[in-house]
Design a protein around this ligand. Structure first.
Ligand code: HEM
Ligand SMILES: [Cu+2]
Length: 575
């Protein structure tokens, strides 16, 4: 049977376009990561420390927002088309969202990078969390807004494809991959409302000078309204591959389709009403609301534990199909020479570790220990930085050949690449976690704190620095290996079947699961109610305290559009 590109050539071009943007961002973002890792630790410093924040913003935006989400858009397009077994309804719509998201991302990137060139009066050193009081050039926010609207159109494209399919298949269960895409997008529509309101109503008018002030706590809260669910937006493409591709690569079949559906529904319901768990230390939000956010967060562990069970069970099934035996020794029968399999499996292992450090973050009291320390980047380099990023890279070894009709340039290099990533991340993330416990802050170019004694339980600060620098260098090497391998694959000769792209039926199929699971309207309605319950009172309190635009005196204080005036005021206060 012909591969994806032969069956759906136009859709394959759309997916390839999103992956090109994704991988380009990965390359630039990884270079910035290397620069940071060496600068912070004092091994190599060629930047002014002031420019560190430009690089850090570029790193966060290009990797956490552009690399991941462009990959998602490509993967979801592939998943919808191949699971519904039909082309997209109107390819012009698809190119429209590719164009809009790419232009938006380019605007944001230009605004950030312009900060490195003194002669250009433009900068966006606002970090990837971009809430007030940090202010960027309007181009940054406008780009962001275009990017978000572009993702909405992409979602519309996939929903339209589903609607056409549904018209022809009124009684069938939604194919699993499409189900995953649709539930994820419903979550995304809900979540992006927060960031869209913040950007369009507050940050854009403020950066143009149309309004004098904004309420910084309001923009923070609206950011985190989006900022927690965005982690599931990163994670769901990885889950899609772990559930539907990894079992096949392992030589088996998905253990349970209904369980997979339950997990995605739980994420739709629970992702958004928890964002306040990023604000445990924000004054201006009552402790009770923080406590509710914590409780909801703990519920979110459930779908992740279900996933761990289902994915491991599927892999074990695969291993036993390949002749594996025993309680543990079946692990040896898995196809460890396949870079796509090994990368995804290692990503899953790292995700388990990230889950543990995430529970520390989520606990309201213990969060105070690690809040804003290096522990936090230590945590999310395991989750988005490895569970997601490594799954995406490894998955590409299997996906890209379907889009080009060409085989991967080198499987051994691929294998080396995923292992180097794993080793590099063990070093860097472990050092970051330990540094955080010692109180070393994140987001700073100058973490020396000369007169402060970091008392260590394990190892020395020097060892921690070495771990970050060596780990970061290995990670950068891994990205280079990945990009070179993908690039060289483009020069291979086209062949009939570059990979085995068939996906076997699950062991326990959709037909056995309750029909209500496919009732997307019901789940969306419950999700909306939960969000209203979680956010109405905190938002009312924040607006009541300081006004929509922060122009009511009180806590928090207003921030002036005129940065200089604010600075003068601050220097006066401090002096
Ligand atoms: C070459 C691989 C990478 C290296 C060497 C690296 C290094 C670093 C370092 C040292 C920091 C901490 C900077 C600080 O707080 O002062 C950081 C922050 C960060 N990294 Fe990475 N990283 C890499 C890959 C990734 C990936 C793949 C992602 C996500 C997909 C990612 C997302 C982030 C984010 C979101 C931040 C926080 C930015 C902020 O605080 O505003 N990184 N990275
Ligand atoms: Cu969160």
């Amino acid at each position: 049977m012909a591969t994806f590109v032969d069956r759906y050539p136009e859709e394959a071009s759309v997916v390839k376009a999103t992956l090109v943007v994704s991988f380009l961002s990965l390359g630039i973002g990884a270079l910035f990561g290397l620069v940071q890792a060496l600068h912070r630790t004092g091994y190599l410093r060629f930047l002014d420390s002031v420019d560190y924040y430009t690089i850090l913003t570029g790193h966060g935006v290009l990797l956490a927002l552009v690399f991941t989400i462009f990959f998602l858009m490509g993967l979801f397009t592939w998943a919808v088309v191949q699971s519904l077994e039909r082309p997209l309804p109107d390819i012009r719509l698809s190119w429209a969202w590719v164009g809009l998201t790419t232009t938006g991302a380019t605007f944001a990137a230009v605004a950030i990078l312009a900060g490195l060139i003194p002669s250009i009066d433009m900068s966006a050193d606002v970090l990837y969390t971009f809430y007030a009081p940090l202010m960027a050039h309007p181009l940054f926010y406008v780009g962001l807004a275009m990017f978000i609207v572009g993702t909405w159109l992409a979602g519309a494209d996939w929903f339209l494809a589903y609607r056409e399919w549904r018209a022809e298949n009124p009684d069938e269960r939604i194919p699993l991959q499409t189900f995953m895409v649709l539930t994820t997008m419903l979550m995304w529509y809900l979540a992006t409302l927060g960031v869209a309101v913040s950007t369009v109503f507050f940050l854009i008018p403020w950066s143009f000078g149309w309004v004098e002030t904004v309420n910084p706590l309001l923009t923070r809260t609206l950011f985190w309204f989006f900022g927690h669910p965005v982690v599931y937006f990163w994670l769901m493409p990885a889950y899609l591959m772990w559930y539907t591709v990894l079992p096949k690569l392992a030589g088996g079949r998905l253990f349970s389709d209904p369980l997979a559906r339950v997990v995605f529904v739980l994420f739709l319901l629970l992702s958004t009403p928890v964002g306040i768990h990023h604000q445990y230390l924000d004054p201006g939000i009552a402790e009770g609301f923080k406590f509710i956010a914590m409780t909801n967060t703990m519920f979110l562990l459930l779908p992740s534990l279900l996933t761990a069970f289902t994915v491991v069970a599927s892999m074990e099934h695969g291993a036993r199909q390949r002749g594996g035996e025993g309680y543990v020794s079946w692990l040896g029968s898995l196809p460890w020479r396949d870079p796509a399999f090994t990368g995804m499996a290692l990503a899953g292992v790292m995700f388990a570790a990230g889950g543990f450090s995430g529970m520390i973050n989520a606990g309201m009291n213990i969060n105070y220990l690690i809040h804003n320390t290096l522990w936090v980047p230590g945590h999310f380099h395991l989750t988005v930085g490895t569970a997601v990023a490594l799954t995406m890279m490894a998955g590409s070894y299997w996906l890209v050949p379907q889009l080009t009709g060409k085989r991967l340039y080198s499987r051994p290099i691929g294998l080396l690449q995923v292992v180097v990533w794993f080793v590099g991340m063990v070093l860097m993330s472990n050092a970051m976690h330990r540094g955080g416990l010692a109180g070393i802050p994140r987001r700073t170019a100058e973490p020396q704190y000369q007169n402060f004694d970091f008392s260590m339980a394990l190892g020395t600060v020097g060892e921690i620095r070495a771990g970050i620098a060596i780990g970061g260098t290995l990670l950068f090497v891994s990205v280079v290996l990945f990009l070179v391998n993908i690039l060289l694959s483009a020069f291979e000769e086209p062949i009939e079947n570059p990979v085995d792209d068939s996906l076997p039926e699950p062991l326990s199929g959709a037909s056995g699961s309750p029909v209500v699971l496919d009732n997307l309207r019901l789940w969306t309605a419950i999700a909306v109610v939960l969000v209203i319950l979680a956010y109405t009172l905190p938002l009312a309190g924040i607006v009541g305290d300081a006004g929509l635009l922060g122009d009511v005196p009180g806590v928090p204080v207003w921030v002036s559009a005129n940065a200089e005036a604010t600075l003068d005021l601050l220097t006066e206060v401090i002096a």
